[in-house]
Write a protein that binds this ligand. Structure first.
Ligand SMILES: [Zn+2]
Length: 134
């Protein structure tokens, strides 16, 4: 199971603590225009996400997670975070590993192409050229 919602703090206090500690994106946008994710005035990770009552598939084979506007708000350092700011996570893995753990569901041909490219790309490397004499 993958979720992109704040858990109910009364029903799942431990999971709520982990989600609010590790799985909240931001603040960015107008609340923090200098955030690392900001590119040309927009969040490069596309936060805040739209509210969505049910999950659905996007055209690019990625899942659009349910992010209901259910009134749950997490406040931290004066910023307010709703389900629009939750990075998708697997509750079991988050509780087990106790760290930031973004888990996404994807399907379709694009996924196969991405995995193939990712696996065979090799290690990260760079090319530098030094020119000029002493
Ligand atoms: Zn952002």
């Amino acid at each position: 199971m993958i979720s992109a919602q704040l858990p109910d703090p009364q029903l799942q206090p431990l999971l709520y603590a982990k989600v609010t500690k590790y799985m909240i994106h931001g603040p960015c946008g107008v609340d923090n225009p200098q955030a690392k994710c900001m590119v040309n005035g927009k969040c490069s990770k596309h936060f805040p996400k739209e509210y969505r009552e049910r999950r659905d598939w996007a055209e690019d084979s990625y899942l659009l997670y349910a992010r209901p506007n259910n009134g749950l708000v997490f406040e931290h350092n004066g910023a307010r975070f709703t389900n629009q700011y939750v990075v998708p996570y697997c509750p079991q893995l988050l509780l087990l590993f106790d760290c930031h753990l973004n888990v996404e569901i994807s399907a379709g041909l694009g996924t196969v192409k991405y995995l193939s490219k990712y696996i065979y790309k090799g290690p990260d490397r760079a090319t530098i050229e030094i020119s000029g004499g002493m």
